[in-house]
Write a protein that binds this ligand. Structure first.
Ligand SMILES: [Cu+2]
Length: 162
């Protein structure tokens, strides 16, 4: 094994010192290779974790969002989107700021935006204009009274054309 790193014609020294020098070098090589792998693996893990955190930090899963649309079923034209925000214990969250972005998944679609008002504690309503029939999704962007922000995309399929 050792001769890979140290040819037998190692200059000067006895066989045992040749061996120990070679052995040290080999161990160092293995150690640094292992350290390199460990460090690289650790960096990849960190990058993956931070990417995941970035992705999921937009939503706060324990916050409940119940979305209803009027008219129901929704159709092209003016509509009202009604949202109830609730905390992990199911209590309504009042005092939040809620913005909506409506969009469809095809190219060339102009999104529609709406600012929701609080109709009653924890209950938010926004007028929105469905500009096309088809499958929509609503991006709910809320700032909670404690300053936390959340974004959650909610499907709103089958908006009918009139
Ligand atoms: Cu569209």
């Amino acid at each position: 094994m050792c001769e890979i790193f140290c040819p037998p014609s190692y200059p000067h020294g006895t066989l045992s010192s040749q061996f120990s020098r070679c052995f040290t070098r080999k161990v160092l090589t293995i150690k640094s290779a292992r350290n390199f792998l460990l460090v690289t693996g650790f960096l990849i893990l960190l990058l993956t974790l931070s990417a995941c955190r970035r992705g999921s930090s937009k939503d706060i899963p324990e916050i409940g969002i119940d979305l209803t649309v009027y008219p129901n079923p929704p159709s092209v034209g003016a509509a009202i989107i009604s949202l109830v925000l609730s905390d992990a214990e199911g209590r309504p969250i009042d005092g939040a700021t809620v913005e909506l972005e409506g969009n469809m998944s095809h190219a060339g679609m102009a999104p529609v935006f709406a600012q929701a008002g609080e109709a009653e504690p924890g209950h938010y309503e926004a007028p929105i204009e469905f500009t096309m029939g088809g499958d929509w999704f609503i991006l709910v962007k809320a700032t909670l009274p404690d300053g936390r922000k959340l974004e959650r995309q909610m499907d709103l399929p089958a908006v009918t054309s009139r």
